[in-house]
Every structure is written in structure tokens, then in C-alpha cells.
Design a protein around this ligand. Sequence first.
Ligand SMILES: [Fe+2]
Length: 150
Amino acid sequence: MDKKIEGNIEKFIWTENYCTGIEVIDNQHQELFRKFDKCSLAIYKGEGKSILREIISFIDIYVNDHFDDEERLMTINKYPDYYKHIEFHKNFRGIFNSFKKDFEQRGGDAYLALQLEKEIRNWWKNHILTIDMLYVPYIKIKSSGKSQVE
Ligand SMILES: [Fe+2]
């Protein structure tokens, strides 16, 4: 049985602050929020190990799809800081890969569950609020959803 993490669970709630106004991106970010929120709740209830496995598989696929869509959008719209931005994505892949390695080696434990909240989840929070917001003014068509990144 996984060790239950005591204390208050911090809800990971989508607010207008995270809104880029780009439908496809906002939908993807919201999906991630829902997943993290489900994950926090499961960890709190002592189901950390199985939920960690689930979220790792989810992020594995999510990161490829989401980063690809974002990078395509920046390219199409000739975002001047494209290369700076993809460095942040690369940086996340590094953080996530070492998290994954720890999980494979040690299995899920309370420490790793906390790390998910502090490192992985907070990375997204900061990235969306500070880095993603920088490309927003450069994206010309914001509400046509998927068509702009296909
Ligand atoms: Fe990004």
C-alpha cells in the first residue's frame, strides 16, 4: 500500500490567468490540469503508485502532441523567440525523463508523488503563465482551433 500523504491537497484549477485565447492550446492545457488534479486526489487517498504510472504514460504522449502543436503554431506564425521557447520544452523533457527513471528504479513512493507536484506540476504552471504567454501576441488566428496547426 502506498504511503498516504497527509495535509491539504492543493487544487490545480484552471483560471482565466492560464487562458491563451488559442483554442487548441487552451483545451490541451485544461486536459493536463484535469489530469494533475485527479492525480493529486489519488495521491491524497493513498493510491499514489498506480496514479503515478498512469500520469507518466499520459505525460509521455501529451508532451509529444502538445509541444509539437505549440512548436508548429510558433513556426507558422514566425514567432521570433521560437528557439528560446523550444529550449524550455527540451528542459522539461529532461526533468520528466529523470522523474520517469526514478519511478522505474524505485517505484512510486511518497517522495516521488511530492516531486510530481513540486517539480512537474509547477513547471507547467510557470511555463504556461510566463513562457507560453509570450507567444500569444504573435499568433494571428486564435479561435479556429485545430485547423491552424494542421
Ligand atoms: Fe510551451
